[in-house]
Design a binder for this molecule. Structure first.
Ligand SMILES: N[C@@H](CCC(=O)N[C@@H](CS)C(=O)NCC(=O)O)C(=O)O
Length: 155
């Protein structure tokens, strides 16, 4: 159920194969050879076992550009809207503070600033925050060339 919820949340289509746990099929026995339990997610022919591992896997593999390329245009538009809604939530959280935690550059700033060039212009406070962060030496010397990153992403 965990896996099905995660797949539905991500809008991923999949083939569901019910198992009779009193008479396990050859695919389950082959794909989960040690524990022989469900659920097993088979992706590109390889099994992932343990429901929480699978949920984490779905989250990691489907939150990057690969997902964007794989999903239909309609879903891409929906995802873009979701992304902007997330940015707006972050912007509300930032408010008029210089950094997410207040005066000091901290955990959320470090986590978010590498995505700077993805954060387009709909959120002026986020843009101002990003400029502020990129003035820090630790950030400016660590960020990759924005044009290069964007070029890759767009391609
Ligand atoms: N910790 C595992 C538990 C998996 C599990 O216990 N699956 C049960 C069904 S809910 C099963 O396949 N039982 C068959 C058996 O133990 O032979 C997970 O979360 O994936």
């Amino acid at each position: 159920m965990r896996v099905r919820i995660a797949l539905a949340e991500k809008g991923i289509e999949y083939e569901y194969r019910e198992q009779n746990l009193l008479n396990k099929g050859p695919m389950l026995l082959q794909m989960n050879r040690v524990h022989k339990k469900v659920p097993v997610l088979i992706h590109n022919g390889k099994p992932i076992c343990e429901s929480t591992n699978i949920v984490q896997y779905i989250d990691e593999i489907h939150t990057d550009g690969r997902e964007m390329r794989a999903v239909k245009l309609e879903r891409q538009e929906e995802m873009t809207k979701e992304f902007i809604a997330i940015l707006k939530t972050l912007e509300e959280e930032l408010g008029d503070k210089p950094h997410f935690e207040g005066e000091n550059f901290g955990f959320v700033d470090v986590s978010l600033i590498p995505l700077y060039c993805w954060l387009e212009t709909e959120c002026p406070k986020i843009i101002a925050w990003a400029k502020r962060c990129t003035q820090r030496k630790s950030v400016s010397k660590s960020l990759k060339d924005e044009k290069k990153v964007l070029g890759f992403v767009q391609r």
